[in-house]
Design a protein around this ligand. Structure first.
Ligand SMILES: *Cc1c(COP(=O)(O)O)cnc(C)c1O
Length: 222
């Protein structure tokens, strides 16, 4: 037994009630752990490291929807481009262009989320609101990227016990998400708001998350 079936059932219920989706974050966990959850019917899994993802993808059922949730380096996009279901952490125009280029090469449209920096910590990646606006108002650049689809936003709150702070950060991301809805530029379709992890997913769901990324609550600590 690699996973907590009890937690899985409870989280599915909570997520389902809000019409949100659950990405099971399996980074550093063995393929057997993924197989166990797969056996319960789960198909959406999230990984942080390119090499680990590529190895697992080759060994596991082909109908798994793989989410790349880590920090993606431009020189590694090519390895996951053939199969990745959703890239959560786009944090530069350069990376977006590379994903588009690889999408073109593999003759597919790759769905992505733009990562927004909402936490206090300096170390978290992502666009700030002004940079995000710049990307989304760059019509000529977006027009040309026919092999990506910007499906929404992703963010991480501060790693903090201060639930009021975490809630404020999620609220802020939801506000930005709602504003993005109105932009209506090419190759965008803002439907996914990826926020919430093991420690803060309740707050995230209350604040409008449509996709939570949960690892340790399902698979145990890393
Ligand atoms: C590891 C990770 C998660 C899952 O974290 P848990 O606290 O184990 O649920 C979610 N999102 C990202 C971006 C991660 O790196």
């Amino acid at each position: 037994m690699y996973i907590s079936t009890e937690n899985y059932t409870r989280i599915c219920e909570e997520v389902g009630k809000r019409n949100a989706q659950l990405v099971a974050v399996s980074k550093t966990k063995p393929v057997e752990a993924i197989q166990e959850l797969y056996g319960l019917g789960h198909r959406d899994f999230g990984e942080n490291y390119v090499q680990e993802l590529v190895e697992k993808q080759a060994r596991l059922p082909q109908d798994i929807r793989w989410h790349f949730i880590g920090h993606l380096q431009t020189n590694k996009v090519k390895y996951i481009a053939p199969f990745v279901h959703l890239v959560h952490g786009i944090d530069s125009l350069k990376l977006l262009k590379e994903v588009n280029k690889q999408g073109q090469k593999f003759n597919r449209t790759i769905p992505v989320l733009l990562q927004v920096h909402i936490a206090r910590e300096e170390t978290k990646f992502g666009f700030d609101e002004r940079e995000l606006e710049q990307v989304l108002s760059n019509e000529p650049a977006l027009q040309q990227m026919a092999n990506i689809q910007i499906s929404g936003l992703m963010g991480m709150a501060s790693f903090s016990d201060d639930t009021a702070l975490v809630r404020q950060e999620f609220k802020n991301l939801k506000r930005i998400f709602d504003r993005c809805h109105q932009t209506g530029v090419a190759h965008t379709d803002f439907r996914i708001l990826s926020m919430g992890m093991s420690g803060d997913y309740h707050i995230a769901l209350e604040e409008g998350s449509t996709m939570v990324r949960i690892g340790s609550l399902l698979f145990g600590s890393r």
